[in-house]
Design a protein around this ligand. Structure first.
Ligand SMILES: [Cu+2]
Length: 197
């Protein structure tokens, strides 16, 4: 059995420390480069997202989030029941994973008993749009105003509740997001504001 002399062990430990530091620095640089590459705007930091995007669990409130990311696809939203707190600045990030241009609208359309938030955001393929809203409590209807898209199922519900933490839900449990059906067909018997066709 050979014994490692203390001096040798010290040199080995120093070498290890240098390697670890170098690795750490490289990783940090790499992560910084990746972050720069992904060009996240400040608004997307800590954003609540649907499960299909980056790890957040749909339907689970995200403590402390003041931002919610809704994925826009051809032709559906990755979350179509979104809850946010009332009378609080909340940034909506509308991220396009679509091949076509879509819009995110919260207007007076199907919103007769709530304030008109006057949101009309056109988002080109692969881009994202952001809007910060501060809405009184209520149930708001959102949709895409490209002709035919709303009728195809591109609409959802924004629930604004006092003291709510942000959560997202996809109103389906049995279908993959690319086969999302309009919520009224899935939640039988539940009354959501029907799209006016
Ligand atoms: Cu659309």
């Amino acid at each position: 059995m050979s014994e490692v002399r203390p001096a040798t062990r010290l040199r080995a430990l120093s070498a290890l420390a240098v390697i670890a530091l170098a690795l750490f620095a490289t990783t940090a640089l790499w992560e910084a480069a990746l972050a720069a590459d992904a060009t996240p705007s400040p608004e997307t930091t800590g954003c609540a997202k649907a499960a299909e995007t980056k790890g957040a669990i749909a339907g689970t409130p995200v403590a402390g989030a003041t931002c919610v990311e809704i994925g826009m696809h051809d032709i559906f939203w990755d979350a179509n029941l979104v809850t946010i707190p009332a009378n609080t600045d909340v940034t909506l990030v509308i991220r396009s994973d679509a091949a076509a241009t879509h819009s995110f609208d919260i207007s007076d359309h199907n919103n007769t008993d709530v304030e008109n938030l006057s949101v009309d955001l056109d988002v080109d393929p692969g881009k994202q749009g952001t809007v910060t809203i501060n809405a009184p409590a209520g149930t708001y209807y959102f949709y895409c105003d490209v002709p035919g898209h709303e009728q195809a199922g591109m609409w959802g519900i924004l629930k604004v509740e006092d003291g709510a933490t942000i959560s997202l839900k996809t109103l389906t449990t049995r279908r993959a997001p690319d086969r999302l059906q309009p919520p009224q067909r899935i939640r039988r018997g539940r009354k959501f504001p029907p799209p006016s066709v």
